[in-house]
Design a protein around this ligand. Structure first.
Ligand code: ADP
Ligand code: MG
Length: 606
């Protein structure tokens, strides 16, 4: 019997292979746009007719191809982007498999015109069924224009599989958007049946996102930005109000490549946790950059899925970065400074915080976790030594509590918080702590306000607060009146840890911020401070510095509604009871209530 195995002719092999890469017009659009981006184009135009079924054309002003490369480009596995297997783990380009043009040439009638800037003339080439049917020199501007007509003209079964024009156009727009979002500094346009549907001027990332998602997003984006040695993440998440009932505007890019990842999507969703309804989806456009050796892009023919070397790290990082961004955004101004006149006479307001207490406060892990740069989210697991510390604290400090009676703490009963019982957070606002004679209901925001107030007050008495230098000093431009107010406040701002320098023309450079302020938030925190200060400034009872300290404490306190870990709660309660007046805020609200056993017994008629 004769041997029966034969090699498939190239054009048939290409047609079969094309099925993986080019499933529909949108896949061809993606490949052509990515090639244009890889060629370094600064202007890319897409033209489609009949949802890409009749024509898809991509015109770029990128680096073009030589005459030989122009013909080579359509060969299967022909690529200029990798040379050996190691390159596969150094990929910075969108393409690398060298299959797209070969696939397209197998299933459509392709014409390409290309010219390199250094050549006088370009190349025109026509391809059908994988064969060059025409090639000649031509004139033209530098760059490449590829048009493909009658997709699947030679594979009727595939052509019949295509959906309605509306559906196929939707797919194309999706792919167009993904590429346009990845390259905000490139101009993109898209024409469908002669009508321009996108015209995206080159600009910033935020501009690009707003151009695409709509201007209603302009004021609703929260910036995400974290950098580490291992990876960077940047981009935006929509404020909780932009969450939708349908999975809509969710975009993840890894090294500029749009990817689908249910896993990372989950990380973002959980970061929004209690902030949006259970059945709704947050919007986000997030970019992760990391060493290409840490990912494998080559696990999927259209490269929309990738494998991470260490998925868990990426998950934790994404979640933490989004949480951090959301926490910064929720530092909302609160302008109600109703002052209780009695309060000003209190020790806490008028007397310095002792050095001992300050040292204890600064050593506390809440202080440290909140001051580690970009690590506000990083809370270590609780350990035993901390618990021991906690016990000593209470037995040593024996702070007074009870019916909060300001200024009277010497007379109050000794209190023992039970060190070995877990703390409980209620409504993300209250902390329940067991004592030897009942329990305390601590208001997390008000308690933290007290803690910060005393910490900032030290600075008000001669010692300067710790400053963290800004890596990228932000500039602040203010209206005339605000600028002179800020100038006025500069010396006092310095004592509480701000390093702000005048920069002429009502502008200032923020060189450093207090160790307690989350980095990335410096501008906002100063603007808020000025705003709050103005509301305060008719109040002559307080010195400038006192007003500043109060504003700062109010502004930087952990907010109600924020989930706290055991450790964070522990440290907060611990810090509170090292305060000289733990039981009230600077403005006189109670920071906690005590429920004593005998009171509880009475309530239950025992
Ligand atoms: P890949 O992008 O994976 O390398 P393609 O089949 O998409 O494979 O393209 C093959 C080669 O053709 C590319 O490596 C590149 O050198 C060249 N090429 C394709 N499109 C363009 C373009 N628009 N401008 C310049 N060169 C291009
Ligand atoms: Mg390509």
């Amino acid at each position: 019997m004769a041997d029966i195995i034969q090699l498939l002719p190239d054009n048939i092999a290409n047609q079969i292979a094309a099925g993986e890469v080019i499933q529909r017009p949108a896949s061809a659009v993606k490949e052509l746009l990515e090639n244009a981006a890889d060629a370094g184009a600064t202007e890319i135009s897409l033209v489609i007719t009949d949802a890409g079924k009749a024509l898809i054309q991509v015109i770029d002003n990128g680096k073009g191809m030589s005459e030989t490369d122009a013909r080579m480009a359509f060969e299967r596995h022909a690529t200029s982007k990798i040379r050996n297997i190691e390159d596969l783990f150094r990929i910075k380009t969108m393409g690398f498999r060298g299959e797209a043009l070969a696939s397209i040439a197998a299933v459509a009638q392709v014409a390409m015109k290309t010219r390199r800037a250094e050549d006088e003339l370009g190349t025109y080439i026509e391809i059908e069924n994988s064969f060059a049917i025409k090639q000649e020199v031509c004139a033209g501007t530098p760059g490449t224009s590829i048009s493909m007509k009658n997709l699947f003209f030679n594979v009727p079964a595939r052509r019949n599989f295509l959906k309605s024009n509306a559906a196929e156009t939707r797919h194309i727009v999706e792919e167009f958007i993904r590429v346009a979002m990845a390259f905000p500094s490139v101009f993109f346009s898209m024409k469908s049946n002669g009508q321009e549907v996108f015209h995206l001027e080159a600009g910033s990332l935020k501009q690009r996102i707003v151009q695409i998602l709509g201007s209603s997003y302009n004021a609703k984006l929260v910036s995400v930005h974290e950098e580490t040695d291992y990876m960077n993440i940047y981009g935006f998440v929509g404020k909780p109000e932009t969450a939708r009932k349908t999975r809509g505007d969710q975009y993840f890019f890894v090294n500029n490549r749009f990817i689908k990842s249910a896993y990372l999507n989950h990380a973002v969703n959980t970061a929004f946790d209690e902030m949006i309804a259970k059945d709704s989806f947050p919007s986000y456009v997030l970019y992760i950059d990391l060493d290409p050796s840490q990912i494998d892009i080559n696990v999927h023919p259209t490269k929309q899925e990738i494998k991470f070397e260490d998925e868990k790290i990426i998950y934790a990082f994404v979640q933490a970065a989004v949480k951090h961004a959301l926490a910064q955004f929720s530092i909302a101004p609160s302008l109600d400074f109703t002052l209780n006149a009695e309060i000003q006479g209190l020790d806490a307001v008028s007397k310095p915080f002792t050095t001992d207490k300050r040292d204890a406060a600064v050593a506390s892990s809440l202080f440290q976790t909140f001051t580690q740069k970009n690590q506000a989210h990083f809370i270590e697991k609780s350990d035993k030594s901390e618990l021991k510390h906690w016990k000593e604290f209470y037995e040593g400090a024996k702070p007074g509590v009870g019916n909060p009676e300001p200024g009277n703490r010497q007379q109050l009963q000794t209190l023992h918080i039970l060190p070995d019982t877990a703390l409980l957070q209620l409504h993300h606002t209250y902390i329940i702590a067991s004592t030897n004679s009942g329990f305390l209901l601590v208001h997390q925001q008000l308690a933290h306000e007290r803690v910060l107030y005393e910490r900032f007050s030290i600075a008000g008495h001669g010692q300067q607060m710790a400053t963290q230098k800004s890596l990228f000093p932000a500039t602040l431009e203010l209206a005339g009146a605000d600028a002179s107010l800020l100038t006025d406040l500069l010396p006092d701002l310095q004592t509480i840890g701000y390093q702000v320098e005048p920069f002429g023309n009502n502008s200032f450079v923020i060189q450093g911020i207090p160790a307690d302020v989350l980095p990335g938030n410096e501008k906002h925190s100063i603007e808020l401070l000025i705003e709050q200060f103005k509301h305060f400034s008719s109040d002559i009872k307080f010195s400038k510095r006192e007003k500043l300290v109060r504003c700062m404490a109010r502004q930087q306190a952990i907010k109600a509604g924020q989930t706290l870990s055991q450790k964070e709660m522990l440290v907060l309660v611990e810090d509170l009871f090292t305060c000289s007046s733990p039981n009230i805020t600077p403005t006189g609200s109670p920071t906690y209530l005590e429920f004593k056993e005998d009171y509880l017994d009475r309530m239950f008629g025992r």
